[in-house]
Structure formats: structure tokens, C-alpha cells
Ligand binder design. Structure first.
Ligand code: G3P
Ligand code: MG
Length: 285
């Protein structure tokens, strides 16, 4: 991935930003027990090294010291929340067809290692399995992206929130979606939920729009940080910036300088190293 033309100017200071020391409420505790102002979230798990959106990728993210994981959810035919990016299983598995046309049991009949075949076999996880693992064995945050852009999956928001509460993960989850109706629904179901907006390029006054919807965060592509006054407006409206997909070291450094809340990356090991270097240098100033 090439770097941003020029570079991102200015510095962002949301609730988890780098401009001032974060207060206790702003701090997540990473899997290694250390507290960091800039979080590293593994995109679809450590998907640069393991099949995306599989337990292998989440476990690896934890081992690499990620503060959190990002994952994508859809509904199976029998109403189970399953973790998979596409509406079809074709790209990531050895099967073909729509996720929603299979029961969980049927979905489990395929091998989901296609995005990293060096892993002999990988399973499609349910959200319950991932939440249980993260709850029991890590201190990571989970960014649950509701993939409701093509199929609206009636009931997915209610089921997801109920599961998150059942497993006592509501303080460690942030929901995001490109479908902002889904986010509004989450807000209605659980007014205390942390929510962020994903969106495409080119919209005007996105921070103002986000503020009017009362969300906590924006989840832009890295390229979107260049829009006029973007960082300043996010700071004005108190929005966290969780930026994707930051895979080059150059961009990781730029995100640290911009003071984003979270770097969403396929390579959490690299991002943790660069974030730690940056925070050490910042501490010396
Ligand atoms: O949540 C950030 C990123 O995952 C959004 O795009 O297509 O990778 O789900 P996508
Ligand atoms: Mg995603």
C-alpha cells in the first residue's frame, strides 16, 4: 500500500488520542497488561498471517499483543451469528453459496483456510465462540462489524446485542457498520453501546453527521483523513477515529502522529512495535 500523498497534517486528540494523557476511563488494558493510548486492532484477526476471521487469526492477534480484534458478522439460515466477511462462502472456503442459505452445521462442513492455505484447516466461528474466547482468555476489545449492507438480516442487531450482554462483553465491544440504520438500531436496543460509523469516500461534513447521530466513533479508510478539517472536526465533536486498513509501516507511523484511537491492521505485530516505539518517543518529549 502506498503512503498518503504528502502526509496527514495536524494531530487528532479524541478521547483516546495522544494530545493529552488519557484519563482512566479512556484506557483499555491490552492483552499484555500494558495501557496504551493508541490501540491496535487486528483486522479480521491477524489476517496477514492466518485465515481471516478464524479462531487461529484471533489467537494469533492476542499472541502478537493486539489490544483488540475487528470481525465481520452475518446470519446463517438457522439464525446463528457467524463470523465471515462476504455474503458468500466462495472466496474464503472450499464451498460455494450464500452464508444465509446454510445452517451452521452445513457451514461447518467446509474448510475456511483459502485466504491462507498454509493453515491446513480452519473453521468458520460463531460469534459466541469468539466472544467466549476473548472474554475468558484475553483482555482484548472486539469491534463487531455488522455486514448488513446487502442482506439486512432481520433481527441480527437484537441477537448480537443480546449475546454480547449474555457473555458480559458489553464494556469491551464497539459495533460498526456501513449500514447506518443498523447502528441506529443498536443505539435504540442498547443506548449504552459504543458505536462507530463505516462509510465510503467523498462525503462532506462526516464528523457533523456522526455527531448528529450520537455515535462515539468514525471508522474511515486511511485516505479519508485527508479531507478538509477532518481531524479538527472529529476533535471538536469528540469522536474517536478507528482507521483501516493500515498495513504499511509508513501509514502506521502517520496514524500514530495523527493520534487516532485505533489502528486497524492485518499485521498487529508490526503495528504494536511501531505504536510502542512512538509512545516511548512521545514519553521522552
Ligand atoms: O471495519 C473496518 C473494515 O473491516 C471495513 O471493511 O470490507 O474489510 O469489512 P471490510
Ligand atoms: Mg470488516
Amino acid at each position: 500500500m502506498s503512503g498518503i500523498t504528502g502526509s496527514i497534517t495536524g494531530s487528532f486528540m479524541g478521547s483516546g488520542g495522544t494530545g493529552t494523557p488519557a484519563g482512566p476511563a479512556d484506557k483499555n488494558t491490552a492483552s499484555d497488561g500494558a495501557e496504551h493510548r493508541i490501540k491496535v486492532w487486528a483486522h479480521r484477526g491477524a489476517s496477514g498471517y492466518a485465515p481471516e476471521n478464524t479462531m487461529e487469526a484471533y489467537i494469533l492477534a492476542h499472541q502478537y499483543g493486539a489490544d483488540g480484534i475487528e470481525l465481520d458478522v452475518q446470519l446463517s439460515k438457522d439464525g446463528e451469528i457467524v463470523v465471515i466477511h462476504d455474503e458468500k462462502i466462495d472466496r474464503t472456503s472450499n464451498g460455494r453459496g450464500l452464508v444465509r442459505s446454510f445452517t451452521v452445521k452445513q457451514l461447518r462442513g467446509y474448510n475456511y483456510n483459502r485466504t491462507n492455505p498454509t493453515h491446513f484447516h480452519a473453521q468458520i466461528p460463531t460469534l459466541r465462540e469468539v466472544l467466549e474466547y476473548v472474554h475468558d482468555q484475553t483482555r482484548m476489545t472486539i469491534n463487531i462489524e455488522l455486514k448488513t449492507g446487502v442482506y439486512f438480516y432481520p433481527g441480527i442487531e437484537e441477537r448480537t446485542v443480546a449475546l454480547v450482554h449474555e457473555l458480559d462483553m458489553h464494556n469491551r465491544v464497539i459495533y460498526s457498520s456501513f449500514n447506518h440504520y443498523s447502528i441506529r438500531k443498536i443505539q435504540e436496543i442498547d443506548p449504552g453501546a459504543r458505536v462507530g460509523l463505516l462509510y465510503s469516500d467523498g462525503f462532506i461534513d462526516v464528523p457533523k453527521y456522526a455527531s448528529e447521530l450520537g455515535v462515539n466513533a468514525l471508522h474511515p479508510k486511511w485516505i479519508d483523513l485527508q479531507y478538509p478539517n477532518y481531524l479538527e472536526d472529529c476533535r471538536t465533536y469528540g469522536l474517536d477515529l478507528n482507521v483501516w486498513t493500515i498495513n504499511s509501516e509508513e501509514l502506521m507511523r502517520q496514524m500514530c502522529q495523527a493520534g487516532v484511537h485505533a489502528i486497524i491492521t492485518n499485521y498487529p505485530d508490526k503495528a504494536v512495535r511501531i505504536r510502542d516505539e512512538y509512545e516511548r518517543a512521545f514519553a521522552r518529549v
